[in-house]
Write a protein that binds this ligand. Structure first.
Ligand code: HEM
Length: 297
């Protein structure tokens, strides 16, 4: 292959038809991770009745951001799924455990895929996937059986579960933020301690969604590294042995595990310490209430 063809292939791969959808979906996932971290830390302060002059307005700002991005993520997730149905149809079929091409495609809320018998069971909206992709409940959707066994992903149940967990978390984030926004509108946001408990733990949800989303995208694309062009088995380096890969993987795990422990330790210390320049660490002074336009609940 000449140099010009290699450069063209490189750009075609980087700016492939799914690049923009995926970039926006991952960015929004990162914004959600950030917004829910802020919500969590401030919910913790509110529960402990500490740093309220800062915690309550900060919670409200983060709630606005989280509500906006939770709703945006549903739209972007749908766009990603529509793109996958065109560019990676075998992956789309795996996401919903859809094997039979001649059938309309159901959308599962919860379910289980038996990889051996190729049967999917669970709570479903009949024709729901057909509707989401084609706007009517009766259109057929390409099933996994259209593809040769060597051209389709194997662990369909795992892909199905990761995908459905991501979507379930996405919908939970929407429900949670809309409910909290409604309480804010009614002036009752900080009255419900149980809601603050949920927000204190909610920091985990976008983190989990980002991980399982990534598993969905990567496992769903197998056996391809570049869908339809380059197989994972052909992308392996012949110069690097399996043991060398294992060794570097173990090193990476050790380095990142150490960084994670350090990060959690420092973050915890910082959260326990609280904002440096909070003038009223324990309670809200009337002055700070009056001066702060966001403090109106
Ligand atoms: C709300 C419903 C959601 C839908 C319908 C949805 C849909 C999808 C689809 C179809 C993919 C695969 C894209 C591909 O392979 O090209 C994907 C991947 C992904 N999703 Fe979601 N998603 C949703 C919610 C979320 C949420 C809430 C997060 C994180 C907070 C998230 C984070 C991710 C990530 C990180 C990936 C991997 C992207 C990549 O590696 O390119 N998703 N999502």
């Amino acid at each position: 292959m000449n140099a010009r063809a290699e450069v063209t292939d490189f750009w075609a791969m980087v700016f492939n038809p799914s690049s923009v959808d995926r970039l926006l979906h991952v960015w929004t996932g990162a914004f959600l991770a950030g917004a829910f971290l802020v919500l969590s830390v401030n919910a913790y302060y509110i529960l402990k009745n500490r740093h309220l002059a800062i915690a309550q307005p900060a919670f409200k700002i983060a709630l606005g951001v989280a509500t906006l991005f939770s709703l945006t993520q549903l739209f972007l997730g749908h766009r990603s799924a529509a793109g996958v149905s065109v560019n990676q149809p075998a992956k789309l079929a795996a996401l919903e455990g859809h094997f039979d091409s001649t059938a309309v495609a159901d959308m599962y809320i919860l379910g289980w895929v038996d990889d051996e018998t190729q049967k999917t069971t669970g709570l479903k909206i009949p024709g729901g996937l057909s509707f989401l992709l084609h706007g009517d409940f009766d259109t057929e959707v390409t099933g996994l059986n259209t593809f040769r066994p060597e051209d389709r992903p194997r662990q369909v149940n795992a892909i199905f579960q990761f995908y459905h967990l991501m979507v379930a978390i996405g919908l939970t984030l929407i429900a949670l933020t809309l409910y909290a926004s409604w309480q804010w509108f009614r002036g009752r946001l900080f009255d419900k301690r149980w809601l603050m408990y949920i927000f204190a733990w909610s920091v985990l949800l976008p983190q989990i969604a980002n991980q399982v989303g990534w598993f969905t995208a990567e496992m769903g694309r197998q056996p391809w590294v570049v869908y339809g062009h380059l197989r994972t088995s052909d992308a392996l380096s012949k110069a690097v042995s399996a043991n060398q890969i294992l060794f570097s993987l173990i090193l990476f795990i050790l380095v990142y595990a150490t960084l994670l422990v350090l990060f959690l330790y420092l973050l915890n210390k910082k959260i326990k310490h609280g904002p440096d320049d909070d003038p009223t660490p324990e309670t809200i002074g009337e002055g700070s209430k009056r001066d702060n336009p966001l403090f109106t609940h």
